[in-house]
Design a protein around this ligand. Structure first.
Ligand code: LLP
Length: 463
């Protein structure tokens, strides 16, 4: 991101302060299709609509803050991934990005599988009727109860993350008279170009078993000896919000290298590899994500080429996109409560939510866009920081952005691309009530996750 040039025309501040912002768009009323869900537009009155419904009506009916999710867009993106990878590969939607029973049913209908990483996600998937064999179970410290539940349910694969877990899963499966299909998650030693907290393929971190030093080979050696396990493949997830395909190339190269070593040592060709998720989306107009068909082509070509060179049959590939499917499909709708200009600095715009519904800005320094959505405005752009209502100055939703200078309390603003890791990481900080998720499609809206109530909070507080 570049620091803006001083924009032309009269401004709120004569000199713009330091910050990571680009110059305001020529037309602040325009909605960049890169960051907004597919069906978003403005009606004749200038009100933003989604799924054929004006946001003013949604705010009236469901209140603010609210996550508004474009179901048609979600299905389009899920289908695009499915189609891009074709019948010889599997797409597992990563439920950690956002999971609800409605979402599970949409995925089921669109032919995707599901990656879950906790007992709660597994319960949601099963409650929505997802066939267990289409579920992959992840996690670096699954409890024995979680493992038993997954094995009993008959999940299609458990992704093993440590030496202890290899033994634990084998033992549980055997005691239930089952043979569990498993993949072994390895770290391939790639430094993914993303925030430290969401990079997962370098060796110094908690996930996976390092390829380095022969540890991954040793894990495979042990797993192959255990009757309770059927080792179906190797798993690698290099991190999240990645745009550059080169990390995946290196990962694929190293995973195939391990398959070759396994073939040479054990005479076994493992039939599957999983290259994880992590594909980036556009949070601002500066981001340029790849399309699913480009990603599918690139990954398939790399794996095929590497396998040919190693004289291995090409394994079945699976991927686990979460953010790339759900991220762009939702925005958070807020009502402006206060507008506080600070001379020579910026204007603080307080909304009725904050870090409890979007922790990503505080946690990862994530960048977001924002727009006035209840009307249009021709007022001059002003540099704003959109903040929440929590008792913490780090409670920032959008760090640096431009909104029209006549913004006032009661206006509705929306932050796009909040479909992934916002509701799923929402908290009750300050006893905030977590917002609902309202799905819209073809002129109809329905709540798929309702707003929390004070009774919900008090029910947990047993007095
Ligand atoms: N597969 C595995 C094994 C993963 O650990 C993850 C994400 C995914 C797939 C999906 O990654 P995606 O395509 O959604 O990037 N809370 C962070 C992201 C943490 C991701 C953890 N694992 C954020 O808000 O950016």
């Amino acid at each position: 991101m570049s620091r803006s040039a001083h924009p032309a025309g009269p401004r709120h501040a004569d000199v713009l302060p330091e910050g990571h912002y680009t110059a305001p768009a020529d037309d602040l009323n325009a909605l960049d299709p890169k960051v907004w869900a597919h069906t978003v537009g403005r009606d004749a009155d200038g009100v933003v609509t989604v799924g054929g419904l004006p946001v003013t009506q949604l705010a009236e009916e469901y209140g603010t803050p609210a996550y508004v999710l474009d179901e048609a867009d979600f299905r389009d993106r899920a289908r695009a991934w499915r189609t891009a990878f074709g019948a010889d590969a599997d797409v597992f939607y990563a439920g950690k990005a956002f999971l609800s029973r409605a979402v599970v049913r949409w995925l089921d209908e669109e032919g995707l599988n599901l990656d879950v990483c906790s007992g709660g996600e597994l319960a949601t998937a099963l409650a929505a009727g997802m066939a267990a064999e289409r579920i992959a179970f992840h996690g670096n410290n699954k409890s024995p109860e979680e493992i038993e539940r997954a094995v009993r349910a008959g999940v299609g694969r458990i992704v093993l993350d440590s030496f202890q877990e290899i033994v634990r899963v084998a033992h549980i499966a055997q005691s239930l008279g089952k043979r569990q299909r498993v993949q072994i998650r390895i770290t391939v030693g790639v430094e993914a170009h993303t925030h430290e907290f969401i990079a997962t393929a370098h060796e110094d971190q908690k996930f996976g078993i390092p390829l380095a030093g022969g540890q991954a080979a040793e894990a495979v050696r042990r797993a192959l000896q255990l009757d309770g396990l059927e080792v179906i493949g190797i798993h690698s997830h290099i991190g999240s919000q990645i745009f550059d395909m080169s990390g995946f190339e290196v990962a694929a190269h190293r995973v195939v290298g391990l398959l070759k070593d396994i073939r040479d040592e054990h005479g076994v060709e493992l039939p599957e590899i999983d290259l994880g998720g992590g594909l980036g989306i556009a949070y601002t107009s500066d981001d340029d994500p790849r399309e699913p068909h480009e990603i599918a082509k690139a990954l398939t070509e790399i794996v095929t080429r590497e396998c040919e060179a190693a004289r291995l049959a090409t394994p079945r590939i699976s991927v686990e996109p979460g953010r790339a499917i759900v991220g762009p499909t939702a925005f958070t709708l807020y009502e402006v409560g206060t507008v506080k200009p600070l001379d020579g600095l910026r204007t603080y715009v307080s909304v009725d939510g904050g870090m409890s519904d979007n922790i990503r800005t505080a946690l990862y320094d994530a960048e977001y866009s924002v727009a006035l959505v209840s009307r249009t405005s021709d007022a001059e752009p002003m540099l704003v920081r959109v903040v929440g209502k929590h008792c913490e100055s780090g409670d920032i939703v959008v760090k640096d952005a431009f909104l029209p200078g006549d913004l006032a309390p009661g206006d509705l603003i929306a932050v796009p691309a909040t479909g992934a890791y916002c509701r799923s990481m929402a908290s009750n900080y300050n006893h905030a009530l977590r917002p609902p998720v309202v799905a819209v499609r073809d002129g109809a809206a329905r709540v798929i996750v309702r707003r929390e109530t004070e009774e919900d909070l008090l029910r947990l507080d047993v007095g």
